[in-house]
Design a protein around this ligand. Structure first.
Ligand code: MCN
Length: 784
């Protein structure tokens, strides 16, 4: 257990983010700000077709164009790749993983790269790219995930002979009772649309070759360590010859948790040409060339006894992979596979996932990744079941909550802690449901055109990716560990080196809070270094709300080691036994002689000077710890949305949003609120605005910020946030992750509210996003 300092001045305090001064005053350093002398601009020539063969390609005109240094087709570079692009999550033994290379001569989705042009300037490279002459043979495309497995469907990867990528199942049958024998069985089918991540900073890479065949890759990435490993492996380079630096990164939301064609092209071409190579994605490229999220069809069933005790849950999920498997594409649906019972005690559990290929941009991790998809179908079906049973929707949830922890759930995992009842109670305190229902009744009776609706979503989440061994039936390439180093410098400042790689989450601030408390030093004395593989040698980076529950905890264990060594030094210098020392807030005192004391800072100086250390002790006060979590992190909570729906136009407006989250100990309440705000906004946006759509040929119809709606502050109310706190017993800080909670909870709360507003008109279902047209049509159909 950690020797957590008694003094906790910083953990729990709303310390302002130290990152913000630089970022908000425009002094951040992003990849595109860096242009070493001699940098070449790279432009990728992309397929306009969703499925087409290149029958001939001529780069002559492009190569002759002003400023162009080189241009390559897929065939020109084929020998540069020692392996295909990596997919690190083979979810089944027989999963199909079609060959995937940075450039291709058979495009499988609109935006698939077929050539690259490198020129002295970006404008020259873009002009030349337009001179690449290509003859295409268009092939039949499959686009609709719901139809891809139908007989006679076109094939995204004809060589496979099927669009099926894998089928993965998990069944438990705790009571032996068949689902259809239950008193009440409710089955609903949902489509969760394709979402397109829009980080403020698009992707960017800059590969700078060095004199000894080494390359430094600056990348707008969430995963510098994993990127180094996989780029080196794919190119057959020694890892020691590749340094990856993630400078300031302007958001990712999962989309920068990947190894992309451009990463590999930049490094390969920098080595080949001996010059720095830079590529910065344009917003329109972001829409086709960066991974998408969701695109799920789910049939979900809940079965219950007449009194509302839920006995079974069953999910049948068809999930779009897109045209190829990116880094963790096949595993994304499975990230939700263990939580299709939500926070409810449901003994019989059955899920089946079918991954299918379509001629669309590959899908992969997008905030929540698998868990929003699960929560959405559970929470929508909870409302449907309550209606079927004639029960209050809130009471059905309360009746079925897991109440005792640790709890081994139907899917087999163990939830370490939680208090779902407390979150719901607090939500109801904030909400004043009676007044809302009274207002709703009044508006219904008056036949107002603006009807009121209240929707609930009570949720839990498994985050902080634990080692795959605890899931048994599933394998992924890397474990869930994280590494941290703390270096107490002789002058009293402290250097922290973390394997996590923030891109908006404020680790520099919250890691400094944790370390300053542990070591009893001033927060300003702590410097946090990250995102450079030559500084932070080992780590597994940032995604899956893992950084605090894994990386932050590694810091605690590193601090323990520093304190242990300091204890030996202090005992030696004060000539007492180490057991006679008490530690608090950075100072050791001798039991019974409180005037005899020495600080960790003084021990750091002594460790550096090394004149008077215990026999055999190495100089320096520094320690590294690697923490491998024994379990996932299990946040949870209760959210409610209040909407007004204009029944004449179908316009749904959010008027209130109340969120109660339990993320264990809160390290920084300002950062946690910020994370919850951002997450909720993405969930609301899923419910009301965002939808990536293709035409039947696989041409993306929502290919820019005009046609793909990302909301602004003007569409959204201020959120009402509060918390409950059940500390995680699996780590010394008691923390759980928060980065995805809002996104997981929000979409079903909003749709449930929209449906509640128009349920008296007979409307039972509206597909996300609940656009005015969809809501209006649902009302007209119900009336008819
Ligand atoms: N935190 C805290 N107390 C807690 C939990 C978290 O103070 N009990 C703080 C942490 O110290 C950290 C932040 O909240 O500063 C987020 O911590 P954590 O939940 O561990 O999540 P990660 O840092 O691992 O971030 C990943 C998560 C994910 S998966 C996505 S997607 C996401 C997100 O974070 N993408 C983001 N938040 C984002 N925020 C921004 N600005 N940009 C993105 O791309």
């Amino acid at each position: 257990m950690s020797a957590t300092a008694e003094k906790t001045a910083y953990v729990g305090s709303p310390v302002k983010r130290r990152e913000d001064r630089t970022l908000l005053t425009g002094r951040g350093t992003y990849v595109d700000n860096m242009t070493p002398v001699g940098t070449l601009s790279m432009v990728v020539v992309r397929s306009p077709f969703a499925h087409a063969r290149v029958t001939s390609i001529s780069l002559d005109a492009a190569r002759a164009s002003e400023g162009v240094v080189a241009a390559f087709s897929a065939a020109d570079l084929q020998d540069d790749w020692k392996a295909a692009m990596p997919c690190a999550w083979p979810v089944t033994e027989d999963m199909k993983n079609p060959p995937h290379y940075p450039l291709t001569d058979v495009a499988r989705y609109q935006g698939d790269g077929v050539a690259v042009v490198l020129a002295e300037t970006r404008a020259q490279a873009k002009d030349a790219a337009e001179l690449v002459e290509i003859d295409w043979e268009p092939l039949d495309a499959v686009v609709d995930v719901g139809k891809a497995l139908e007989d006679g469907s076109s094939l995204a990867q004809p060589e496979l002979g099927t669009n099926e990528c894998y089928v993965w199942r998990l069944d438990t049958d705790a009571t032996g009772q068949a689902i259809d024998d239950a008193d009440v069985v409710v089955t609903r089918r949902y489509y969760q649309p394709r979402l397109i991540p829009n980080a403020i900073e698009p992707r960017a890479v800059l590969a700078v070759p060095g004199p000894a065949a080494e390359v430094t890759l600056y990348a707008a990435t969430q995963i510098p360590h994993i990127l180094r490993l996989l780029v080196a492996a794919t190119l057959g380079m020694s890892e020691t010859k590749l340094r990856v630096v993630a400078p300031d990164v302007g958001g990712g939301f999962g989309s920068k948790l990947d190894v992309y064609a451009e990463d590999l092209l930049a490094v390969a071409l920098a080595r080949r040409l001996g010059r720095p190579v830079k590529w910065t994605e344009e917003r329109s490229e972001n829409y086709v060339a960066t991974i998408h999220g969701r695109d799920f069809v789910t049939e979900y069933t809940l079965a219950a006894t007449k009194d509302g005790t839920i006995t079974h849950c069953r999910a049948r999920v068809t999930a779009a992979m897109g045209a190829y498997l990116q880094l963790v594409t096949p595993g994304i649906p499975l990230l939700g596979a263990w939580v299709y019972a939500g926070p409810y005690a449901i003994p019989n559990y059955s899920v089946e996932f079918t991954g299918v290929f379509t001629n669309t941009t590959p899908t992969d991790a997008y905030r929540g990744a698998g868990r929003p998809e699960a929560t959405y179908v559970i929470e929508r079906t909870m409302d449907a079941l309550a209606d079927e049973l004639g029960m209050d929707r809130v009471e059905l949830r309360r009746k079925n909550f897991i109440t005792e922890f640790p709890a081994t759930i139907g899917s087999g995992l163990t939830i370490d802690s939680g208090d779902y009842v407390a979150s719901l109670d607090k939500l109801l305190e904030h909400l004043d449901l009676d007044s809302l229902r009274a207002e709703q009744t009044k508006r219904r009776e008056n036949g107002d055109s603006r009807q009121l609706g209240v929707g609930f979503s009570t949720y839990n989440e498994m985050c902080g990716l634990a080692p795959s061994r605890i899931l048994g039936a599933i394998r992924y390439a890397a474990g869930g560990w994280e590494q941290a180093t703390i270096r107490y410098l002789p002058t009293g400042s402290v250097q922290v080196i973390t394997g996590t790689s923030p891109h908006g989450q404020g680790h520099e601030t919250s890691w400094a809070q944790i370390v300053a408390d542990q070591l009893g030093c001033d927060i300003d004395a702590v410097e946090v270094l990250h995102g450079d593989t030559s500084v932070s040698h080992a780590g597994l980076d940032t995604y899956g709300s893992r950084s605090l529950p894994v990386g932050g905890v590694a810091l605690c264990y590193a601090a323990d080691k520093v304190i242990d060594k300091a204890r030996q030094i202090v005992a030696h210098q004060l000539e007492v036994s180490a057991d006679d020392l008490e530690y608090a807030g950075g100072t050791f005192t001798v039991k019974g002689s409180p005037d005899k004391e020495m600080t960790v800072a003084a021990a750091a100086w002594a460790a550096f000077a090394a004149h008077d250390l215990p026999d055999g002790m190495e100089p320096g006060l520094e320690a590294t710890a690697t923490y491998d979590p024994p379990n996932f992190s299990w946040p949870g909570g209760a959210h409610a949305a209040v909407v007004e729906v204009d029944t004449e136009t179908g316009d749904a407006r959010l008027v209130r949003y109340v969120a109660i989250d339990d993320v264990g100990t809160v390290v920084n309440p300002l950062i946690v609120d910020g994370q919850v705000h951002g997450g909720i906004t993405q969930g609301i946006s899923t419910a009301l605005y965002e939808e990536g759509t293709y035409d039947e040929n696989g041409s993306l119809l929502t290919a820019n910020l005009v046609t793909y709606l990302v909301p602004s502050a003007a569409e959204l109310p201020s959120y009402e946030l509060d918390r409950t706190e059940s500390k995680s017993p699996t780590n010394p800080l008691g923390v759980k992750g928060v980065g995805e909670t809002g996104t997981i909870a929000a979409a079903p709360a909003v749709i449930n509210a929209v449906l509640d507003a128009v349920s008296h008109l007979g409307v039972k279902d509206i597909q996300m996003p609940a656009t005015p047209e969809r809501v209006w049509r649902a009302i007209q159909e119900a009336k008819a």
